[in-house]
Design a protein around this ligand. Structure first.
Ligand SMILES: *[C@@H]1O[C@H](CO)[C@@H](O)[C@H](O)[C@H]1NC(C)=O
Ligand SMILES: *[C@@H]1O[C@H](CO)[C@@H](O)[C@H](O)[C@H]1NC(C)=O
Ligand SMILES: *[C@@H]1O[C@H](CO)[C@@H](O)[C@H](O)[C@H]1NC(C)=O
Length: 264
């Protein structure tokens, strides 16, 4: 009868202790941070080969694109057709202007496609360098279609597809090269300017961006940004301290054995 007690106690506690040790191992695995993607390789793979080649050929643009990814970034890469027809004008630019044009195609904030749709308005880009070089553009929805407009072009670029999307980096393909008004003449007959979406009163700078273009800026004009990279990261830190429950079970085992032994 008492033997039966001991057997029952061991029967209940042993598997628990063993399985707790098992979960400790399993919980450890996902803790390693995923390697950041190779931005140009991701662009090339997703249908923006020509744009990726231009970025790779511009040392300033290449290093900024790659490092901006650490703190969150959304890039917009024009399709190969769009880049091809733009090349005569691109070749006409100085090396600095080329880098600015390329960096004009990314913002230092991660936007999923859904959050992009709900964050319309003026946005600063990786090319933004203080108030002298605004290099901003306007994101607008036309129905379900996300578009990007600059003052230098009379029709907006349209988001065609998602090239890459894994927090903290998103890359979307565009049907047109974005033309910053800082490098190209303003559109000749601007359509009656659509009322720009209101911009937050006191824009705050994203804290994690390292590149000087952004660090010097007075703050991105990212309107109503409620999905900061910091917020997005919180969710990845949940699986903490798997060791505690395991130790508790192991500690319980000798006690259970002692109790059983005392009863015997
Ligand atoms: C990214 O991939 C390209 C080839 O697509 C390669 O030339 C480049 O060195 C890679 N960059 C990094 C930082 O790994
Ligand atoms: C190149 O730049 C020159 C001088 O700014 C301009 O006159 C010419 O139209 C440009 N060519 C192209 C293809 O944009
Ligand atoms: C965006 O850039 C334009 C042109 O450089 C500038 O006039 C405007 O003030 C900028 N808007 C914001 C919100 O920074």
């Amino acid at each position: 009868m008492r033997r039966l007690h001991l057997a029952a106690v061991l029967f209940v506690f042993l598997p628990l202790a063993v399985s707790a040790a098992g979960t400790k191992e399993a919980a450890k695995a996902p803790a390693a941070p995923p390697a950041p993607p190779n931005i140009t390789a991701a662009m090339a793979k997703g249908g923006c080969k020509a744009f990726a080649a231009l970025v790779a050929a511009s040392p300033d643009a290449r290093s900024t694109f790659q490092s901006a990814g650490d703190g969150g970034m959304t890039a917009f890469c024009p399709s190969d057709d769009a880049v091809r027809s733009f090349m005569p004008r691109y070749k006409n630019l100085t090396a600095d202007a080329k880098a600015s044009l390329l960096l004009f195609h990314a913002v230092p904030v991660y936007y999923s496609q859904r959050s992009l749709k709900s964050n319309n308005g003026v946005m600063n880009t990786l090319a933004t360098d203080g108030s002298a070089n605004n290099f901003n553009f306007t994101v607008q929805n036309e129905g379900e279609q996300v578009t990007i407009k600059t003052d230098a072009s009379d029709h907006a670029a349209r988001l065609k597809s998602t090239v890459y999307d894994k927090d903290p980096i998103a890359i979307y393909a565009l049907d047109t090269v974005l033309e910053p008004v800082e490098l190209f003449e303003p559109a000749e007959s601007p359509a009656p300017a659509p009322a720009p979406a209101p911009v937050a009163d006191a824009p705050k700078a994203p804290k994690k961006t390292r590149h000087r273009h952004v660090a010097d800026a007075p703050g991105p004009a990212v309107a109503a940004d409620d999905t900061s990279p910091a917020d997005q990261k919180k969710s990845s830190k949940k699986s903490a301290s798997p060791a505690a429950p395991c130790l508790r079970w192991l500690a319980a085992l000798p006690v259970a054995v002692a109790v059983a032994a005392a009863l015997a």
